[in-house]
Structures are given as structure tokens and as C-alpha cells.
Design a binder for this molecule. Structure first.
Ligand SMILES: Nc1nc2c(ncn2[C@@H]2O[C@H](COP(=O)(O)OP(=O)(O)OP(=O)(O)O)[C@@H](O)[C@H]2O)c(=O)[nH]1
Ligand SMILES: [Mg+2]
Length: 337
């Protein structure tokens, strides 16, 4: 049996290790992971994604090796062609000898959903090339929240030495906005013929675009989408004074992928010139730290309240025997002890 605090179960499928052997084991694992071993990477991601005990030790050990990858967030409506576009970009970057990690986040489909199935096929597609690693995540309601899990998985990919990590997510809600915020560069993908076009995309998503892509430009209406984006841009000024370029693509045949890569490189150059990468990272970490704190405090408070006591408190408050303000103060005071 493992005793919490003294012994950790690590890796998940093997027996317990002492803290010493954990360090050796971890080091060997990290070495393999950093040398590009896809199995070591897969195991680390699973551990982090499933919050297997010991995951935070792993993240602590990996963190110093992260921070080198360029993180690209790509978001857009369901079926906009995100996966196709990401694949084309991955191929493009592989030609430049850059290694790529892809995190495909699908918060809406269940485990057996089509997207995951599709992503499996994609994985087979790239199977022969160890320079591309794809991971799908469909675990809404995962412990710690989707955005945080994605952030941690991205850190693992980053630490594995990938030059680029692409996060692909459906742009529909706040979760997605939170996810793409992790990225150094955010690409918002629109398509022609979406009814009221730009208006139907959530304002929050439009605001975080560093680059706009109008995919499926082989269809009618691409010009109209472009006009709408321009109209929207004329109404708003970004704090960093960057005007997001608009790139038209046909992801299914690769048209415009080179232009998109150029636009990405252009923004990368701008970020560097204006020293914005660090600023953006600090901003991200402020939010992530608050979120981690919130998670940890809630975890501890839940443990403190224990089974059934929450019910008891709620009943007392509902019956006006106690007030909630004092109850919360009591629970927080309990945490400090
Ligand atoms: N005509 C046309 N079809 C495209 C283009 N890009 C992608 N498609 C097709 O659009 C469909 C959806 O593409 P995906 O890449 O799966 O789109 P997605 O945004 O990843 O979809 P979800 O992950 O389900 O939200 C596929 O059948 C693609 O072949 C394009 O530029 N033009
Ligand atoms: Mg997809």
C-alpha cells in the first residue's frame, strides 16, 4: 500500500516507489520524454489528464524544461475545417523540420464521438512521422477543468521539446476562450455562408484573434466575410496596435497554407519586436495562478467539510439556525490550522 505523502504511485500501472526511486524513475522517464519518445510522452499526458496521484510532481519536474515551444491556438465553429487546417499546417512545419504537437480539444462530443474517431484516423495518417504527435481530449468536467487540463497537457508537450504546439478547439463558449488564451498566437477560423456570418461568432472569440482565417474560400461568400471582419476591425483598436491579418484558405487542398504560415511568422516577429511574449505570458499566468489557487482551496475546503457536513451546514442555514457568512469563515479558519 502507498502512504500518501511518503510514497507515491508512479507510474500509474507500476507498483509503489519510494521518493528516491521516484526521482530516478522520473528522471529516466523525463529523459525519454525529452528525447522524443512518443510512449513516454503519451504516458505523461495520460497521467496529467487523469490527475493520477503524482501528476503534480511530474509537472513540477517537467516545468523547467517547458517554455520553448511556440503555442498556437486555433478555434472556430464546428466543421469550419480546423482539423484539416491544423494537419496542413503540421505538414508545412514538418517540411521546415520543426516538430509539432497537436492537442485537439473537443468539449462537446462524448468519448465515442465522431471527432475522436476522426482524430484517431488523423493519428494513423501521421503515424510514420514521430515529428507529429496528436492527442485528443474530450473530457468535459475533468477534474480541475478543461482549460487547466489543456494547459497542463500543453506544458508536457512543450517540455517534450516540440517546436510548436497547436491547440485546436471549437469556438463556442467561455471554456474555449480560456483555452485559446493559453496560446502565444491565436487563429480564429471562419467560413463563408454561416448565416449572419461574423455576427454569429461569439464576440469574445473575435476579440482574441491575432489572425483571421477564412477557410472554405472555395465557397461563395468569402469576400463578404472578409468585409465583415474589416468592418468590425475598424470599430475596435487593440491595445498592442496589431491589426490581425485575414488569410483565405482552402484547407482541403492546401491553398493558402503558406500564406497562413507567413502570417503566423509575421505576428511572431511582431511579438518579439515589441517584447510582447513575456507580457502575454505574465498575463496568462496571473489568471492561471488564480485558477489553480481556486481549485486547490476548493479541494481542501471540500476535504475539510467532509462527507455529509456540507448537507448539515446547508440545512442549518436553510432553517436559519446559522448564517452562511460565519460558516464560510469557520471553514476557511479550519484550512489554516
Ligand atoms: N469545401 C471545403 N471543404 C473543406 C475545407 N476544409 C475542410 N473541409 C471539409 O470540411 C469538413 C470538416 O472539416 P474538419 O477539418 O473536420 O473540421 P473541424 O472544424 O475540425 O470540425 P470539428 O472538429 O467537428 O468542429 C471535412 O469534410 C473537410 O474535408 C475547405 O477549405 N473547403
Ligand atoms: Mg476537428
Amino acid at each position: 500500500m502507498c502512504k500518501a505523502g511518503l510514497l507515491l504511485r508512479f507510474p500509474p500501472r507500476l507498483p509503489c516507489f519510494t521518493l528516491n526511486s521516484l526521482n530516478q524513475e522520473t528522471q529516466a522517464w523525463i529523459d525519454r520524454l525529452r528525447s522524443g519518445d512518443a510512449r513516454a510522452l503519451a504516458r505523461a499526458i495520460s497521467m496529467v489528464e487523469n490527475r493520477v496521484p503524482g501528476y503534480s510532481e511530474l509537472l513540477k519536474a517537467l516545468f523547467p524544461h517547458s517554455g520553448h515551444a511556440r503555442i498556437l491556438g486555433l478555434t472556430g465553429a464546428p466543421g469550419a475545417g480546423k482539423s484539416t487546417l491544423v494537419d496542413q499546417l503540421a505538414k508545412h512545419y514538418r517540411k521546415e523540420n520543426r516538430t509539432v504537437g497537436i492537442v485537439a480539444v473537443d468539449p462537446t462530443s462524448p468519448y465515442t464521438g465522431g471527432a475522436i474517431l476522426g482524430d484517431r484516423i488523423r493519428m494513423q495518417d501521421h503515424f510514420a512521422d514521430p515529428g507529429i504527435y496528436i492527442r485528443s481530449m474530450a473530457t468535459r468536467g475533468s477534474l480541475g477543468g478543461l482549460a487547466r487540463t489543456t494547459a497542463d497537457v500543453t506544458t508536457v508537450m512543450d517540455a517534450s521539446g516540440r517546436d510548436l504546439v497547436m491547440i485546436e478547439t471549437v469556438g463556442v463558449g467561455q471554456d474555449e476562450v480560456d483555452i485559446v488564451r493559453l496560446a502565444d498566437i491565436t487563429v480564429v477560423i471562419l467560413v463563408p455562408g454561416m448565416g449572419d456570418d461574423v455576427q454569429t461568432i461569439k464576440a469574445g472569440i473575435m476579440e482574441i484573434a491575432d489572425i483571421f482565417v477564412i477557410n472554405k474560400s472555395d465557397r461563395e461568400g468569402a469576400e463578404r466575410v472578409e468585409r465583415e471582419i474589416r468592418a468590425m476591425q475598424s470599430l475596435s483598436i487593440r491595445l498592442d496596435n496589431w491589426t490581425p491579418p485575414i488569410v483565405k484558405t482552402v484547407a482541403s487542398d492546401g491553398t493558402g497554407i503558406g500564406e497562413l504560415a507567413n502570417a503566423i511568422a509575421g505576428y511572431e516577429g511582431y511579438l518579439q519586436k515589441e517584447n510582447l511574449v513575456l507580457k502575454r505570458n505574465i498575463q496568462n499566468w496571473r489568471e492561471r495562478l488564480m485558477e489553480m489557487l481556486r481549485d486547490t482551496l476548493i479541494e481542501q475546503a471540500s476535504a475539510q467539510i467532509g462527507n455529509g457536513r456540507l448537507e448539515g451546514y446547508a440545512a442549518q442555514i436553510a432553517e436559519h439556525k446559522r448564517d452562511p457568512y460565519t460558516v464560510v469563515e469557520e471553514i476557511i479558519a479550519g484550512l489554516k490550522n
